[in-house]
Design a protein around this ligand. Structure first.
Ligand code: AMP
Length: 362
């Protein structure tokens, strides 16, 4: 039976993962009078700087996990690759929100596509690939170009190979095998958008406006809201996101990434059972931002108001870009830095929200 009992202020939320998302969740929880306890193997985790309660241990350290579970009232996470055994171990001790089912589905591209297809939600045409022969057959069926991906642990373009023609099959397979793979048809999308949606234990679901996302070197560069898409496309994207959390019986916040075809048709690229980089704009222009919304859902509180009060462009600060932040400050500019010591290439160091007067939609 679903536990719908709201946790009171002063409760402790355990967060698996100590990156910037964990840090921003801890900050949002503190605003609601909550304590947070971060569990992360990396002693340099940015989230450790915003709460005194931490565990530095491996995700398979059962003694550390048991002590962590004892110290908290509810457990959530900031990344989808929490090992299944860790999630199962913790879930027997304290409520885990979102649940282990959402984690299992979103950790595996094939499980995710099967779930979405079963829910009548359109995804990129795909085939499972476990051998070179599978790949060659899938390339005949789906055509070229196509994208070969590992089914697990891929992010920011890692674990992917674009196959332009069939002659490239062998080298792409060699680069990613023996991991289980999936071949996707290459989608000639016009835009990429995402919807961040939350659902609580009472079944109340609320979505933020769709964001239009631009990637650079496979890493999110900007999220612009409102997205320049037709009203009907925006409505459908929100409907699909709400349908996904409903079908999952989900509690917490979920990011849904879509490809928008030139016809306006939507295909779901992937889902992430956590706060999402393409939702960072909400902190500058929404009554309730994505971090507070996730915390509210995890606490069994009523969800907040996701209304957007202004137009906004969120820009990620990657690597050395963070050093230029002071020069970019001006009217309507809200910076958020993650406190990471070393600005390595490709590392997300912070983001900037550029806020402008509201022009369109809702
Ligand atoms: P992913 O890790 O699946 O989110 O892929 C990262 C990025 O690669 C996406 O945001 C797209 O820009 C691009 N991409 C991934 N899969 C495809 C595809 N099947 N067709 C076209 N572009 C893709």
């Amino acid at each position: 039976m679903t536990d719908t009992h709201p946790l009171p202020p002063g409760s402790t939320i355990g967060i698996l993962g100590g990156g910037q998302l964990g840090r921003m969740l801890a900050l949002a929880a503190a605003r609601l009078g909550m304590k947070t306890h971060i569990f992360c193997p990396d002693p340099q985790s940015p989230a450790f700087e915003v709460t005194p309660h931490k565990t530095v241990a491996a995700y398979d350290d059962e003694a550390a996990l048991a002590a962590f579970a004892d110290a908290v009232d509810v457990i959530t996470y900031e990344f989808e690759n929490v090992p299944a055994a860790t999630a199962a171990f913790l879930a027997t001790r304290k409520p885990l929100r979102p649940g282990a089912n959402a984690l299992a589905i979103s950790q595996d591209r094939l499980a995710e596509k099967a779930f979405l297809t079963g829910a009548n939600i359109a995804v990129t045409p795909y085939r499972a690939v476990t051998s070179l022969a599978d790949l060659e057959e899938a390339l005949v069926e789906l055509g070229t170009p196509a994208v070969l991906k590992t089914t697990r642990m891929g992010y920011d373009g890692k674990g992917q190979r674009l196959i332009r023609e069939r002659a490239e099959a062998e080298s792409a397979f060699a680069a990613l095998a023996p991991k289980p793979l999936v071949l996707e048809a290459f989608v000639p999308f016009e835009k990429e958008i995402s919807v961040v949606v939350a659902r609580n234990s009472h079944g109340d679901a609320r979505a933020f406006d769709p964001a239009e996302n631009v990637h650079r070197d496979h890493i999110l560069h900007t999220s612009t809201v409102p997205a320049s898409i037709a009203e009907a496309t925006a409505t459908e994207a929100v409907w699909v996101a709400e349908e996904i959390v409903e079908k999952l019986g989900y509690v917490g916040l979920l990011g849904v990434e879509f490809f928008v075809l030139p016809s306006g048709r939507l295909l779901v690229n992937e889902i992430a059972p956590r706060v999402h980089n393409s939702g960072h704009w909400t902190e500058a222009v929404c009554v309730t931002d994505q971090f507070e919304q996730h915390i509210r859902a995890v606490l069994n509180w009523p969800l907040g108001d996701p209304s957007r009060l202004a137009d906004v462009v969120m820009e990620n600060l990657i690597g050395d870009e963070v050093h230029g932040v002071i020069g970019q400050l001006g009217p309507g500019v809200a910076p958020h830095l993650y406190g990471k010591a070393e600005a390595r290439p490709g590392r997300k160091m912070g983001h900037i929200n550029r806020v402008a007067v509201k022009t369109t939609r809702k």
